[in-house]
Design a protein around this ligand. Structure first.
Ligand SMILES: [Zn+2]
Length: 315
């Protein structure tokens, strides 16, 4: 990107950041039913239409884990042998209620805080069998848990969700591949070690709110044929470095999802850092090039750059 282009895109981002926190998705009667979204970082969201509160992969704890952190982050590092834990004080300050929790896969940055949040809120949790087995180990009652594999389309009061089969990000230069699954014969004892939060297969969700359909992603990857025809008006697009190892990712994603009017990047931040640390390197590496690409491929799409914990509405 040229410096001029970068300056142009940066000014776009500033506009997005300083936007009066209301974005028009589609004209017409959407205005009466705005959707409020709050980004928790990683793939984590709170989304509400005033009727239901839906959490997606909520991970406020953001434990320090492995490399890639910041020298000023003096918290202990949760190396492989440490037991997972949740920052319940922080979670309590951010999350008071939830009706549903959608879990894309079982890794700790998606599922790690769900045991505490599910117990606290009584929310219904929808995820893979692996996800459900982990939550059962934490004592979450079965009537809160919905094990799905992809292809289900469930109607609840005021909310419906279609479960979309997915694939995990092509981590480790595309060498990542994990076929392990938990089932009812697996013996798990909570609290788990972080490494016991295995992927267990990956999902996306088409979450149908009052007059808005949000297609969620928890990875920088997707199965094209399973996205085709969904036509969400809001896409939570997995945008991180590993997508660059995939063929023509941005174009295929926008095309398969019907060039959504609103695209919101997700899972683009450094989730090993607590809130408040600068995410500027990830903004420059992940978001700015993506915003520029979307501008070229889908000029009618508005890209919203979310800021941690700052709610915004889409009308
Ligand atoms: Zn993962």
């Amino acid at each position: 990107m040229t410096r001029l282009a970068l300056r142009f895109v940066t000014s776009l981002v500033v506009v997005a950041l300083s936007w009066p926190s209301t974005i028009q998705a589609q004209a017409g009667d959407h205005a009466a039913h705005p959707l409020e979204l709050t980004y928790f970082g990683a793939a984590g969201w709170k989304i509400t239409d005033g009727n239901v509160v839906v959490l997606i992969d909520p991970w406020p704890s953001r434990l320090k884990y492995g490399g890639g952190g910041h020298p000023d982050d003096d918290r202990p590092d949760f190396a492989r042998t440490d037991l997972a834990w949740s920052d319940t004080t922080l979670i309590d300050s951010l999350i008071t209620e939830a009706d549903f929790i959608l879990v894309h896969h079982g890794h700790f940055d998606h599922l790690g805080d769900v045991p505490y949040i599910a117990r606290k809120t009584g929310a219904k949790v929808i995820g893979t069998e692996t996800t459900v087995m982990i939550l059962r180990a934490y004592g979450i009652p079965n009537d809160q848990l919905y094990a799905v594999g992809g292809g289900e389309d469930y109607q609840f009061d005021d909310f419906s969700v279609r479960v979309v089969p997915g694939i995990h990000s092509a981590l480790n230069e595309k060498h990542y591949h994990d076929t392990r699954r938990y089932d009812r014969f697996t013996e798990l004892e909570a609290p788990l070690r972080i490494e016991q939060f295995i992927e267990g297969g990956s999902l996306s969700f088409l979450a149908r709110f009052d007059r808005h359909e949000v297609l969620t992603m928890g990875s920088m990857n997707f199965i094209e044929r399973d996205f085709e025809g969904l036509e969400p008006d809001i896409l939570l697009a997995g945008i991180n470095g590993s997508r660059l190892g995939l063929y023509d990712y941005d174009r295929r994603l926008l095309e398969a999802t019907g060039f959504p009017p609103v695209v919101i990047p997700t899972h683009w931040d450094n989730f090993r850092l607590p809130y408040g640390f600068s995410q500027q390197p990830n903004i420059e590496r992940n978001l700015l090039p993506f915003i520029e690409t979307v501008g070229e491929l889908s000029p009618g799409t508005r890209v919203i750059m979310p800021v941690h914990l700052e709610p915004f509405t889409v009308r």
